[in-house]
Design a protein. Structure first.
Length: 112
């Protein structure tokens, strides 16, 4: 049984469809995971997940803050993985865009 490949998805085009802070769009599904594009702006609420959370900064810059005061800054092209169970929050002082690979279940407010 063969499946026809999906059409290519333009990340820049998907970004233009995200006018609000923390809005996301699912771009592709593979191997039980989803690739999402997210608009980062301001501070997202503190949270932790029961899975690793992969961030790839596509455009701009944002940081991932951890309880206890540590943080990691990501700039365009940087990848960072928050291990499961670690309490954190992404923060962007100006609009930034990132890609995230995760299981499809975690939908955040703003998800389309």
């Amino acid at each position: 049984m063969s499946t026809k490949p999906a059409a290519p998805v333009s990340v820049p085009d998907a970004i233009t469809e995200l006018p609000h802070p923390w809005e996301s769009r699912d771009l592709a599904f593979a191997n039980g995971s989803v690739l999402r594009v997210v608009r980062f702006e301001g501070a997202f609420p503190w949270h932790q997940r029961d899975q690793d959370e992969l961030y790839l900064c596509w455009d701009g810059s944002f940081r991932v803050e951890f309880e206890g005061g540590d943080s990691v800054v990501l700039r365009a092209g940087d990848i960072f993985v928050v291990p499961k169970g670690v309490r954190h929050r992404p923060v962007a002082d100006e609009p930034a865009y990132g890609l995230m690979i995760e299981r499809p279940e975690p939908k955040q407010y703003g998800s389309a």
